[in-house]
Design a protein around this ligand. Sequence first.
Ligand SMILES: [Zn+2]
Length: 255
Amino acid sequence: MKLSLSNGIFSKLRVNDNFAAVKQLGFHNIEFNMKSIKKEHDTDVYREQKALAASGLNCLTLHAAVLHVKDPIEVHQAVYYGKISLECARALGVQLMTVHSNVSKKLPRQIREQCLLKVFGEIKPFAKKLGVKLALENLSFNSTGFGKNVEQLEEVLGVIDPEGEMGITFDLSHALETNVVNELLNAYGRHVCNVHMASNGHQPFTQETPELTHFLTQLQGYGYEGPITLELKQGTSLEEIAKSKTFFDSLLKKF
Ligand SMILES: [Zn+2]
C-alpha cells in the first residue's frame, strides 16, 4: 500500500505553493483534488502539469470536481465538471479518477436514474477515450449526495455501470460515520482502487485503533496494494498532518 496525501487540504494555495507544502511534509504521492483549481473560469491545465513535473511528486489519483445534482437542469454542469476533471487527469498522467454519484439524495428515484444516465452517459465514454478508470466513492450519511451504503451504491452502479468496470474509492471516514465499514468491505473489497484515509470527520489517525487495524487487515486480505490517501479536514495543522504521516509510514510497513 502506498501513502499519499490529498492536496485538497492546501486548496487555498496556488498550485506551486500547494505542491511545495505537500513536499515539505515529506510526501512522495498525491491525490490531486480539483478543489485546487478555480474550475468555473479556469480550464487551462498546463500550469498544473508544469507545476507537477517541477515538484517531482507522483500524482496517483485525481478527485473529480463534483456536483450533487438536485434538479435535472444542473446535469450539464455536472457533466462539465466531470469532463474538465478528466482533462486535468490526462494532463497530469493520472489513470484513476475518484467520482461521486453526482446526484442529490433528495431526488425521487426515477429522476435520479435519469440524471445518473445523462451524467455518466457523457463522462464514461470520455474517460474510456482518455484511458482513465473511474472509482465511485462512498459518501457520508450527512452528505447532500446519494451513495452512502451498499444499497445506494448498488442502485447507482446498476444504472451507470452494468458492465461492472468501475472501481470503488473507499472513504473510511464516511464509512465509520455511517457505520458501514463491514458491509462495504464485504460488497466491494475486491473492487477498491483508492482509499480516503481518516477517522470520523476527516480527523487524522495518529495511533492504531481496532477499527483501523481491522480495516487494513481486511483490505490486505483482498490483495489491495493501492493508495492510502490521507484526506483530512480543512484546518488540520501541519503538525497533525506530519504526525499522521509518521504514524502511517510505520504502520504501512506491515501492510
Ligand atoms: Zn473522500
